[in-house]
Design a binder for this molecule. Structure first.
Ligand SMILES: *[C@@H]1O[C@H](CO)[C@@H](O)[C@H](O)[C@H]1NC(C)=O
Ligand SMILES: *[C@@H]1O[C@H](CO)[C@@H](O)[C@H](O)[C@H]1NC(C)=O
Length: 508
C-alpha cells in the first residue's frame, strides 16, 4: 500500500489549482500575495521573483531559462513566480509596482527582518544571467578570519558554536554563504585562508578545503568534517551542534497558552494551522539543494556551471516538517482504519490544543523526521483533528481522553495508547524521549496490545484461510474456550511467536 502517494495526492488536491506557467513539480516556487511575506520577505535567503501572466509570450519564452535558474540556485537562493493574471494576485502585483510582464525582482534580506531590499532585475533573460545576478546578492554572513583576529573571533560570543572553512580560495563561495544562512543565529561561520599559518597550525589543518566544527565555540573541541563538500552532508554534519533554521519559518498560529518559542512547538503550531485551515504545505521543495563542490570552490561572483550542477541534484534534509494530517474520514479509513492497513500512530487532537498537545505533535514530527533522515523505516504518524468525524468515533470506541496518542493496526485488529504516568496525559508522557521509547516498544513487538472493538474496522471478506487456520490452531492450545474473532487470535499468535521486530515490514 502506497500511503504516502495517496496522502500527498489528497493534500495537493486541496491546494488551489494553478493554471500558471510553472507546474507543481517545478523548482520554481509558486508565490501569491498571501505567501509572499512568509516565503520571500521573511526569508534570510535572497530570492528572485518573476511576476508574469500565463498568456504573455515573453513569459513563455523565459520559462525554460527560469526553470534552469531555479535548478541551479537550489539550496543557494529562492526562485519564485507570481501569476499576476490570478484575480487574487492582481492587487499584490500592483503594490509591487508591476507594469509589464515579465517583471523580475531580486529580493534581498535587509537589516530589519521582514523588510527586504527589492530591486528590479534588468539583466539578460538567460539562466546564466539570472543565476549570476542572484548569487551576487546572497547575504554574506561568513566572517573572513585571519591569524591576527582569530582569537578575538573565537572570544566573541564564546559560547556559540562555530564552523570554520579552511580554504585556499580568497572569496567566499555561495555554498558557504548558504550554510551560514541556514545556521544564522546558532553557528558562527568563518573562513580562513591557507596562508594564515598560525591558525592552520593551531587546528592542525593539512588539506584544503577542510571544514571544522567547534560545537562548544572553543578551539579545544574541534571536529573535522570528513565528507564531501556538498551542502546536504555538510548541513547534516553541522546539525550536531545546532538545528538549521526552518525556511520558510513555520506559520504562526495562536495556541491557547503558547509561551515557548522552541522549534518543536512552532512545528506543532504549523500542524495546527494546517489542521484548522485544512490546507497543506508543499513548501518543502524550497529547502532542497543542488549545491556541490563546484559551488564551494568557485569564487562567489562566478556562476556555477549549470551543466555540472544539474547532474548532481541533492536533497537537503528538511528540518522536521509537521506530520501529516488526516483531514477526512475517508483518509483515515484509507490510511489507518482499513482491514488491510498496518500500524499507524495517531495523535488525536482536540479543536483547541493545549501545550501538551503542541509538545506531543512536535515530538512526533521530530521522531518521524529523524527516521526519515536516516532512511529508517517507520510506520506513519498522523494528526487526527477533532473536525475529522473519525476523531469522535475512535475516541468513543476506545474511551480516550480529548488528547491521546495511539498506535492502531487495522489488519491485525489491535491498538495501544501511550502509557500515562498519571490519569491524564501529562507533559512527561509526550517528550520526544518518552514517545520514542513507546514507538520503539511497538517496533520491537513489546508491550500489551488491546483488541479493537467490533465495528471500528470494516469486515475483511478476503482474509486468507491459512492465516485464519494457523491462528486458530495456536489459540485453541492456550485458550480453548475462545469464540473471538480472527483478529484476537492473530494478536496472540503475534505475541507468542514474534519476539522480533513487529511484522509490519510489508507496508512500511
Ligand atoms: C565567555 O565569556 C564570558 C565573558 O567574557 C565569561 O564570563 C565566560 O566564562 C566565558 N565562557 C566560556 C565558556 O569561556
Ligand atoms: C533568520 O535568521 C534568524 C537569526 O538571525 C533566525 O532566528 C531565523 O529563524 C531565521 N529565519 C528563517 C526564516 O530562516
Amino acid at each position: 500500500m502506497v500511503y504516502t502517494t495517496a496522502l500527498v495526492a489528497a493534500l495537493l488536491a486541496a491546494l488551489p489549482v494553478n493554471a500558471g506557467l510553472y507546474p507543481k513539480s517545478s523548482k520554481v516556487i509558486q508565490v501569491d500575495g498571501k505567501s509572499y511575506d512568509r516565503l520571500i520577505a521573511q526569508s534570510n535567503y535572497t530570492s528572485i521573483v518573476e511576476f508574469y501572466a500565463p498568456w504573455c509570450g515573453h513569459c513563455k519564452n523565459l520559462q525554460p531559462a527560469y526553470e534552469k535558474a531555479a535548478i541551479n540556485l537550489q539550496g543557494l537562493a529562492k526562485v519564485a513566480a507570481v501569476d499576476c493574471d490570478e484575480e487574487s494576485n492582481k492587487a499584490f502585483c500592483g503594490q509591487m509596482g508591476v507594469q509589464g510582464f515579465p517583471t523580475l525582482k531580486i529580493v534581498k534580506p535587509g537589516k530589519t527582518p521582514g523588510k527586504p531590499i527589492v530591486e528590479d532585475y534588468q539583466g539578460a533573460r538567460t539562466a546564466k544571467g539570472i543565476v549570476d545576478a542572484v548569487i551576487e546578492k546572497i547575504p554574506n554572513n561568513v566572517k573572513r578570519v585571519e591569524d591576527k583576529n582569530l582569537e578575538a573571533w573565537l572570544e566573541e560570543s564564546n559560547e556559540t558554536a562555530k564552523a570554520i572553512l579552511f580554504t585556499d580560495k580568497g572569496k567566499t563561495s555561495a555554498l558557504l554563504k548558504s550554510i551560514a544562512i541556514d545556521f544564522k543565529g546558532s553557528i558562527n561561520v568563518a573562513q580562513i585562508r591557507e596562508n594564515q599559518k598560525a591558525s592552520v597550525e593551531l587546528f592542525g589543518i593539512s588539506k584544503f578545503p577542510t571544514l571544522l566544527l567547534l560545537p562548544g565555540g572553543k578551539e579545544a573541541e574541534g571536529i573535522v568534517y570528513e565528507g564531501e563538500m556538498k551542502k546536504e552532508p555538510m548541513i547534516e554534519f553541522l546539525s550536531q551542534a545546532a538545528t538549521p533554521n526552518p525556511d520558510p519559518a513555520p506559520a504562526k498560529v495562536k495556541l491557547p497558552k503558547s509561551k515557548s518559542k522552541d522549534a518543536k512547538k512552532t512545528k506543532a503550531k504549523e500542524s495546527f494551522e494546517s489542521a484548522s485551515k485544512s490546507h497543506a504545505s508543499a513548501e518543502g521543495k524550497t529547502d532542497k539543494a543542488t549545491a556541490t563542490e563546484e559551488t564551494l570552490v568557485e569564487e562567489a561572483t562566478e556562476s556555477p556551471s549549470p551543466e555540472v550542477e544539474t547532474e548532481k541534484p541533492v536533497d537537503l534534509p528538511i528540518p522536521a516538517p509537521p506530520i501529516a494530517i488526516l483531514e477526512t474520514e475517508t483518509e483515515l479509513q484509507a490510511e489507518c482504519l482499513g482491514s488491510r492497513t498496518g500500524t499507524c500512530i495517531l495523535a488525536l487532537l482536540p479543536a483547541s490544543p493545549d501545550e501538551i498537545a503542541a509538545t506531543a505533535v512536535g515530538s512526533l514530527s521530530e521522531i518521524a523526521h529523524r527516521h526519515k533522515q536516516h532512511q529508517r523505516k517507520l510506520f506513519p504518524f498522523y494528526v487526527l483533528p477533532e473536525k475529522n468525524a473519525g476523531y469522535k468515533q475512535i475516541k468513543d470506541a476506545l474511551a480516550l481522553t480529548d488528547m491521546a496518542i495511539i498506535a492502531i493496526n487495522g489488519r491485525r485488529g489491535w491498538w495501544r495508547a501511550i502509557p500515562l504516568a498519571g490519569d491524564k496525559i501529562s507533559d512527561k508522557d509526550v517528550t520526544e524521549e518518552a514517545i520514542e521509547n513507546w514507538v520503539d516498544s511497538i517496533r520491537l513487538g513489546e508491550g500489551a496490545k488491546q483488541k479493537l472493538p467490533e465495528g471500528l474496522i470494516p469486515e475483511e471478506p478476503e482474509e486468507t484461510a491459512t492465516e485464519a487456520a494457523e491462528a486458530t490452531e495456536t489459540v485453541t492450545e492456550q485458550a480453548p474456550e475462545t469464540t473471538e474473532t480472527v483478529h484476537v487470535e492473530e494478536i496472540k499468535v503475534e505475541e507468542k511467536t514474534e519476539q522480533k521486530p513487529i511484522d509490519d515490514h510489508d507496508e512500511l
